[in-house]
Design a protein around this ligand. Structure first.
Ligand code: FAD
Length: 385
C-alpha cells in the first residue's frame, strides 16, 4: 500500500513526504503521535483568538535561497525581523550585546571610549567573541568582556541548562559575542519572516498531496515493529517492503538499550493580557532576574490584529521521558559517545533512515532541518528526478 512510512510530521517528515509524493509519485504514510502536524513548529489559535506557538516561539530565518524558495511554494511570508531585548541592570537593551546596548548601559564618556577601542581593534560590523576581547591587553576591553559574560550570559545559561557557573566550559562560554554594530536584529540572515497564515497552514499545504496520508495520535510502535537482526519491518503484522523514515528519538527506537540520551526540557506558561501589546519587541530575555529565561509576545511575530495579547514565559527544566518533551540535547563527550552507539546501530539497518533533531541528537534550526531533508532527498534520489 505505502512505499514509505515516515514517523513524525515535523519539518523533516513533512518535507520528505512532500518530495517523495510530488517528485517521485510515491505513496507515503506519516505516523504522528501528537494530535497535530507541524512538530515543534505547530501554531494554533488560543481561546482568545491569538495565534500562538504551542512549543515556544519559532522565528524563521535562513541564508539558504534553496530552503526559502522551497518553503515559499507553500506559504507567503510576513516581513519580520526579530529583535530581542535583555533586562540588564534595570535597562532593556539589545541582545546580542551591541553598540546600542553599550550606550544604553554606560555613561557616555566610557561608552564612547569603549566604542572607539572596539572599532579600533576589530573594525565595524563584526561579531567578536568575548574570548577574543579578553586576549586584548586593554583593561577597558577586558572589563567589557567580563561585564557581558556576567550580565548577559552567565545567569541566563545557568538557568537554561540547570548547571553551576563553575561547570560551564570556558571554550563554549567564550563564544558569546559582542556585536560591533548598531544593528539591533537578532538574526542577520538574508531571508527572514513568518509564514503569513502560520506554520500549521504551511504544513497543511505541504501535506495536501493525494499520495500522502497522515495518521495522528499514534505512536508508531502501536502499528510497527523493527527486527534489527533480521532487518525486517512489520506494519500491522505484515512484512513492510518499503522504507521507514524515522524522525523520533533514536534511543526510543532502540528501546533505550544503551541508556537514555539526556535533554533539557521546557515548561511554557502562556498568559493573556487585555492590552494591545505588553512589551516593545518580540522577545525580552530576563538574564539575571526571575526563574524564567525569556518572555515572547506573539503579536509582534505574527502581526495579528486582534484585541488583547498573549505571551509565553519559558521555564527550563530537566527532561523526563514520558512526562515532558525533549528540547535541547545536552552535548558532552559522554552523551555524544552514547549517541554514536545508537547511530552505529541505526546505520546498520538498511531499510530505516534516521533524520531530524531527535533522530540525530542535534539542535537544528528550522532552515537547517529543511536543508537536511532536501539534501537527503537529493542524495537518495537526485539521479532519478
Ligand atoms: P520535530 O519538529 O520535533 O518533529 C518530530 C515529530 O516526530 C514530532 O511531531 C513528534 O511528535 C513525532 N514523534 C516522535 N516520536 C514519535 C513516535 N514514537 N511515534 C510517532 N511520532 C513521533 N528553529 C528556528 O529556526 N527558529 C526558531 O525560532 C526556533 N525556535 C525554537 C524554540 C524552541 C523552544 C525549540 C525547542 C526549538 C526551536 N527551533 C527553532 C528549532 C525547531 O523547533 C526545530 O528545528 C524543528 O522542530 C525540527 O524539526 P524535526 O522534524 O526534526 O523535529
Amino acid at each position: 500500500m505505502f512505499d514509505y512510512i515516515i514517523v513524525g510530521a515535523g519539518f523533516v517528515g513533512s518535507t520528505l513526504a512532500e518530495r517523495l509524493a510530488s517528485q517521485l509519485n510515491k505513496k507515503v504514510l506519516i505516523i504522528e503521535q501528537r494530535n497535530h502536524i507541524g512538530g515543534n513548529a505547530y501554531d494554533c489559535y488560543d481561546e482568545h483568538g491569538v495565534l500562538i506557538h504551542q512549543y515556544g516561539p519559532h522565528i524563521f530565518h535562513t541564508r539558504s535561497k534553496e530552503v526559502w524558495d522551497y518553503l515559499s511554494q507553500f506559504t507567503d511570508w510576513r516581513t519580520y525581523q526579530h529583535e530581542v531585548l535583555g533586562l540588564i541592570d534595570g535597562h532593556k537593551v539589545p541582545v546580542p550585546f551591541n553598540l546600542n546596548s553599550l550606550h544604553q548601559l554606560f555613561p557616555s564618556s566610557l561608552a564612547n571610549r569603549l566604542e572607539e577601542k572596539l572599532i579600533g581593534h576589530f573594525g565595524y560590523n563584526v561579531k567578536v567573541p568575548i574570548l577574543k576581547l579578553r586576549e586584548v591587553s586593554d583593561s577597558d576591553l577586558q572589563y567589557l568582556a567580563q561585564y557581558v559574560y556576567e550580565k548577559v550570559f552567565l545567569n541566563y545559561t545557568v538557568k537554561q541548562w540547570g548547571v553551576k557557573p563553575e561547570e560551564l566550559d570556558p571554550t563554549v562560554t567564550g563564544r558569546v559575542p559582542v556585536y560591533i554594530s548598531r544593528d539591533n536584529r537578532y538574526f542577520q540572515d538574508v531571508y527572514q519572516g513568518m509564514p503569513s497564515h502560520g506554520y500549521t497552514k504551511m504544513f497543511e499545504r505541504m501535506l495536501a498531496h493525494p499520495n500522502i496520508k497522515v495518521m495522528l495520535n499514534t505512536d508508531y510502535k502501536e502499528l510497527m515493529a523493527v527486527d534489527t537482526e533480521a532487518q525486517l519491518i512489520t506494519f500491522m503484522n505484515q512484512p513492510f517492503e518499503g522504507k521507514l523514515i524515522y524522525t523520533g528519538p533514536i534511543d526510543y527506537f532502540f528501546d533505550y538499550k544503551f541508556g537514555k540520551l539526556p535533554y533539557r526540557s521546557l515548561r511554557f506558561q502562556f498568559e493573556h493580557w487585555k492590552d494591545d501589546l505588553v512589551q516593545d519587541v518580540g522577545t525580552v530575555n530576563y538574564n539575571n532576574n526571575y526563574n524564567f529565561t525569556r518572555m515572547t509576545e506573539f503579536k509582534h511575530l505574527t502581526g495579528q490584529k486582534v484585541d488583547g495579547s498573549t505571551t509565553v514565559k519559558e521555564f527550563s527544566q530537566d527532561y523526563v521521558p514520558g512526562q515532558n518533551d525533549a528540547y535541547y540535547p545536552i552535548k558532552n563527550d559522554g552523551n555524544l559517545e552514547l549517541y554514536k552507539k545508537y547511530k552505529r546501530l541505526g546505520d546498520s539497518i538498511e531499510p530505516v533512515i534516521f533524520a531530524g533533531r531527535l533522530a540525530e541528537y542535534q539542535y537544528f534550526d528550522m532552515d537547517a532541518v529543511v536543508a537536511r531533508a532536501l539534501g537527503l532527498f537529493n542524495q537518495l534520489y537526485g539521479d532519478v528526478i
